[in-house]
Design a protein around this ligand. Structure first.
Ligand code: SF4
Ligand code: SF4
Length: 343
């Protein structure tokens, strides 16, 4: 049996932002994780030997016990990463993150232009707060990483985010894949880039960021067992717990593997039939993918599939995914050919 090594805990599904592309349904059902359940989960992590935890949301700093969780995880010798929009961060909080040796904080910045960033988050003033939060953490020596999901709103201004991160010498990554909400509502997909817009982003990345090019566009999947890790590697060593206390394969995929209000994490990990089913998914479950020329450029994942399918079926691949993978392969090959000719 594989060992459970990593856990993502959604401390809360509430958020002070209302990002246009967010996969979390933003409604009255949003809630904080119950604190007693949280302490129990952290104790179980220690007993199982889980030493890597991601604290996410929603906005995790909204949870009233956020700081106690950081402290508790530190006592357990856990490596903690935090996914936050940083709008609530102040100097003292940055000092606390430093004191408790948080391994990394990851924040999304959509543009360095306030009007554009704030149009994505629908929270006026959020751009300045997030930028200041990133700078403050960097100054204090807390490792920070910038992700930049790209939507129709920020598609022309995202390079400024990458320059901002480069200026601070911190890592950043653009991400043009937006998925439908976890309740199957695809309203947010109106902000997803179409193929031409996505290709423009990829061309820009190829032209300007060779490191990213090498990592993202040359994965070299010689071994089919390791191709599409978001499909074949799911639940191999990690699971997520949502704010309701349910165990799910990944934060965006609402496929309940177990309920920690009724059973232990160990019980879910060792006995959940659904978890075993997810662990056993291989490329053989996707006959079309086995001989696909575009597989190296494919961003397919099970949560994305399920959220875009009316019946929530993770095995039905949205057309967009295959079209984008094919167009990406053609673009990358043409780019590499041009580079060879120019050399
Ligand atoms: S900050 Fe994150 S959780 Fe909050 S609305 Fe934006 S994408 Fe969703
Ligand atoms: S592009 Fe489509 S067929 Fe090819 S690997 Fe991806 S999902 Fe499978």
């Amino acid at each position: 049996m594989p060992k459970l090594e990593r856990l993502q805990i959604e401390l809360t599904s509430r958020c002070n932002e209302r990002c246009v592309h967010c996969y979390i349904p933003q409604n009255d059902g949003n809630q904080h994780m119950d604190s007693d359940l949280l302490w129990s989960v952290l104790d179980q992590c220690r007993d199982i030997g889980i030493n890597q935890i991601i604290l996410s949301g929603g906005e995790p700093m909204l949870h009233p016990d956020f700081w106690k969780v950081i402290e508790h995880a530190n006592w357990n010798n856990c490596r903690v990463r935090v996914f936050s929009n940083l709008t609530l961060l102040d100097d003292n909080m940055a000092n606390e993150l430093k004191k408790w040796k948080v391994h990394e904080v990851q924040a999304s910045l959509y543009s360095v232009e306030p009007a554009i960033h704030d149009a994505v988050t629908r929270l006026p003033g959020s751009c300045e707060k997030t930028k200041r939060g990133i700078e403050t953490l960097h100054e204090k020596g807390v490792p920070v990483f910038v992700s930049c999901p790209i939507t129709k709103i920020n598609k022309d201004s995202y390079p400024g985010v990458l320059f901002f991160a480069q200026g601070l010498k911190i890592g950043s990554v653009p991400d043009n894949m937006i998925m439908a909400q976890s309740n199957g509502n695809g309203g947010n997909l109106e902000y997803r880039l179409n193929i031409d817009e996505a290709l423009k982003v990829i061309q820009n990345v190829l032209d300007n960021d060779t490191a990213y090019d090498a990592e993202r566009f040359s994965p070299r999947y010689h071994n089919p067992d390791t191709a599409l890790p978001c499909v074949q590697g799911l639940c191999k060593n990690a699971v997520c717990i949502n704010a309701k206390g349910e165990v799910v394969p990944s934060p965006e995929w609402y496929y309940v593997l177990g309920d920690l209000k009724k059973q232990t994490l160990r019980d879910v990990w060792e006995n959940s039939p659904r978890l075993k089913q997810v662990q056993n998914i291989t490329l053989a479950d996707f006959p079309k993918c086995q001989s696909c020329l575009d597989i190296e450029f494919c961003g397919m994942n099970l949560g994305l599939n399920a959220n875009e399918n009316e019946a929530g079926d993770p095995f039905v691949i949205p057309k967009h995914i295959c079209e984008l993978a094919r167009a990406t392969r053609e673009l990358v090959h043409s780019h590499k050919n041009k580079q060879k000719e120019a050399a």
